[in-house]
Ligand binder design. Sequence first.
Ligand SMILES: *Cc1c(COP(=O)(O)O)cnc(C)c1O
Length: 337
Amino acid sequence: MIDFRSDTVTRPCQQMRDAMATAEVGDDVYGDDPTVNELEIWAAKRHNFEQAMFCSSGTQANLLALMAHCQRGDEYLCGQKAHNYKFEGGGAAVLGSIQPQPIENEKDGTLCFNKLASVIKPDDSHFARTTLLSIENTINGKVLPLNYMEQARAFTNTHKIKLHLDGARIYNAATALNVDITELSQHVDSMSVCLSKGLGAPIGSILLGSEQVIKSAKRWRKVLGGGMRQAGVIAAAAKIALEQNPKRLQLDHDNAKYLAHCLSILPGVEVNQAHVETNMVFAKFVKNIDIESMVEQLKTKDILITAGNPIRFVTHLDIDKVAIDSFIDALRNILPR
Ligand SMILES: *Cc1c(COP(=O)(O)O)cnc(C)c1O
């Protein structure tokens, strides 16, 4: 299978499977799982936060951060395109009684500080209390400018609100900017990182924050049914992902550029190659073509893509240049001449 749908489709390598098979475990709800504890201590230190907490998913880590920072009747500022607004089932409102206040993302994925300032509510019982700004990096494959993180910190300090970073793919951002991860994480009060995407773990995200934030998030995690018992079995793979796989992300980015180039020379396909900053490629099919049928035809050749126009292609550790070449060959035969 050549699967371009997402970097979530990566499978654990043999080293991860071995580590999972032999992981020392205990009951993590009692704080007794040595493998989870080791991962959390290591992750907190690596990212320069007081504490870290292993979570079942990025969606859970984001929700817990929002619930740790905000009380019932508070609101958080975010982008219309934010994953934790648009793609997480409205969890903050549904489960946290927290109102989102989205604004349009700028073309580069950032949120304009003047627009954000204009939606911050005064302290008045007519309004929800504006408590938090949530930003996302990378967002739809785009990297926020390096100084944007610092500006977001200055903005939230001025307005005395907290700052959360949905860093599901923050390692892709650090790789693209060629900076250490702490250059990006140093400015925020909390950060979620997906270990099950480009980093290749089978399951799990990590939430980072102060002792107080993690204490509160841990409480909510239990309330939401996210207290895992012998979670060391999956934490063992997660630790390998976090320690070893950031350094291979450049390869995914190079492959994305290669894929963008190959797609752009096919008739009827438009790709803005300059927009390929990390591991995502968006290709527009401009000729009269039945996208659904194209998806089905590719599937018969063991190639998986998500229907849409533009179509999002994601590169990851199970996709190499050879796979890209086979896909391009298959696509060439399907596209109308
Ligand atoms: C994937 C993703 C999440 C959620 O992660 P899951 O593990 O799929 O729940 C959150 N934010 C962003 C930006 C993501 O890309």
